[in-house]
Ligand binder design. Structure first.
Ligand code: NAD
Length: 257
């Protein structure tokens, strides 16, 4: 308990899934948390479910420069500084072989997953520097470490997220800013439900079983299992970890061909 006492954290994509579970865990560990997302109703639900004075929200689109500056500025204004950034907002995009994916679909995945992540890191850095350091955690994917079929924009974007973590970790080290990527495998939440719907076309259960069957642990992760890795990387328990890409994938990436 209290592993994040006195710390201020911003979590993007905090209205659902991994981001909402991370917000709940961080508050439980003593942090003051601002969750960020595009959908106000989902953010409000996250805040209501946590039901604690240390959590609030800001509506913003992470792909926009002005929105990024604003959500960070508001967190600093509310809590006097920033120690932890979890840049976690992301979308899956279209499923199709590379030749069938539209350029617009590629651009929208890149805008949110790559540009949104890079902007968050860029504008959070000066705030963490003011506090004498801090921790940045970027949600990549097992697809950021290896290939996955019919998902070329997503896979490209998640490899880029790992690249942002590795490069920024070097820039951040002199300032005691650690930057790491987390690479989940399939997680039991809305994003996976959408994947099943898009790929399953009425046969979602079969898709779900097939995906789980490819994971060595033979099941999906819970949001909380990923949130616990985020907590480790946010806390001083990971003080020598930077520039890493940490899998929470039930062995998925080890078993990629
Ligand atoms: P999710 O869809 O519940 O969460 C994604 C959140 O990002 C949503 O709340 C959404 O509103 C928000 N978001 C999307 N675009 C945004 C934008 N432009 N600005 C602000 N917010 C935006 O699913 P999740 O699994 O919790 O996803 C979190 C992260 O985990 C994503 O980056 C995703 O790629 C990654 N991930 C998920 C899985 C999985 O199986 N669910 C596996 C590996 C990695």
């Amino acid at each position: 308990m209290n592993r994040l006492q006195e710390k201020v954290a911003v979590i993007t994509g905090g209205g659902s899934g991994i981001g909402a579970a991370t917000a709940a865990l961080f508050v439980q560990e003593g942090a003051r948390v601002v969750v960020v997302g595009r959908n106000e109703e989902k953010l409000r639900k996250t805040v209501q479910a946590i039901n604690h004075e240390n959590v609030s929200y800001t509506v913003a689109d992470v792909s926009q420069v002005e929105d990024t500056q604003r959500y960070l500025r508001e967190a600093v204004k509310r809590h006097g500084g920033l120690d932890i950034l979890v840049s976690n907002a992301g979308i899956q995009g279209e499923f199709a072989p590379v030749s069938d994916i539209s350029v617009e679909a590629f651009d929208s995945v890149m805008a949110i997953n790559v540009r949104g992540t890079w902007l968050a890191v860029k504008y959070a850095f000066p705030e963490l520097q003011k506090r004498g350091g801090g921790s940045i955690i970027l949600t990549s994917s097992a697809g950021g470490l290896g290939g996955m079929q019919v998902s070329s924009p997503y896979v490209a974007s998640k490899h880029a997220v790992v690249g942002i973590a590795r490069a920024s970790a070097i820039d951040g080290a002199p300032h005691r800013i650690r930057v790491n990527a987390v690479c989940p495998g399939p997680v039991d939440n809305d994003m996976m439900t959408n994947v099943e719907r898009m790929l399953g076309a009425g046969n979602e259960a079969a898709i779900r079983a097939a995906v789980a069957g490819r994971v060595p642990l033979k099941r999906f992760a819970s949001n909380e299992e990923v949130a616990r890795m985020n907590l480790f990387l946010a806390s001083e328990e990971s003080s020598y970890c930077t520039g890493g890409a940490y899998t929470v994938d039930g062995g998925w990436s080890s078993s990629l061909p």
